[in-house]
Design a protein around this ligand. Structure first.
Ligand code: G3P
Length: 218
């Protein structure tokens, strides 16, 4: 399973990259705003800064919601850097735009997926990735992981190549369950990656190894 980090924070992206397990980055307009990145030129520059840190796919989201606007914006984003993946919302014009970019060989990430029907449409339209938001489904008392399992079954039935990018991951158990189900990618905060390191027995075991070494080497 690929690990993407879901942030526009350059320090956190660097930290994940330096850990050596990062495969890519996802961003969205809310994450950009959270970092105080506003204005088209600043946003485009920030995408390039991210691409220069990470050796992998970087999702950059269009703001337009009409077909012509999405094509114009998506082409400009794709021209920024070879790592850019054009992120497109799951709406009617978005499905058409996915097909357009797929035919042109430009990578896409279909975002805001909340149902198996939407996942099927994204795959039919040739999306490279599609992002079911599991945390936001959990927030409304619907098991987001069930949706990942349902999409895995559907995609495997028909050998769809669209990658399931489990998004809105909130914690380490989401990551582990996504790996069990067979999501192709997960994207979450830095804590959902570094949290995988933690086990008290590891800490206790290391403490004892170091204490025993110190005793024998006084
Ligand atoms: O990748 C989608 C993600 O940014 C949404 O996460 O935590 O805002 O639901 P969240």
């Amino acid at each position: 399973m690929k690990f993407f980090i879901d942030t526009a924070n350059l320090a956190q992206i660097k930290e994940a990259q330096e850990l050596g397990v990062l495969d890519g980055v996802t961003t969205n307009p809310s994450l950009m705003a959270k970092e105080g990145i506003t204005g088209t030129n600043n946003i485009l520059k920030h995408y390039v800064d991210i691409c220069n840190i990470v050796d992998g796919d970087v999702s950059a989201e269009v703001i337009a919601t009409d077909y012509a606007g999405m094509i114009k914006e998506g082409e400009a984003l794709a021209d920024l850097h070879e790592n850019i993946v054009v992120k497109i919302p799951m709406i009617k014009d978005g499905v058409k735009a996915l097909r357009y970019f797929s035919n042109k060989g430009i990578k896409t990430n279909c975002t805001l997926i909340f149902s198996a029907g939407q996942a099927l449409l994204a795959a039919k339209a040739g999306a490279t990735y599609m992002s079911p938001f599991i945390g936001r489904l959990d927030d409304v008392s619907t098991d987001g992981l069930d949706l990942i399992a349902q999409i895995r079954l559907i995609y495997d039935n028909y050998f769809f190549e669209t990658q399931i990018l489990a998004a809105s991951v909130r914690h380490t158990m989401h990551v582990i369950k996504c790996a069990e189900i067979g999501a192709d990618v997960m994207t979450g905060p830095l804590s959902s990656i570094t949290g995988l390191l933690n086990h008290p027995l590891t800490d206790l075991g290391l403490e004892k190894f170091l204490a025993d070494y110190a005793k024998g080497n006084k």
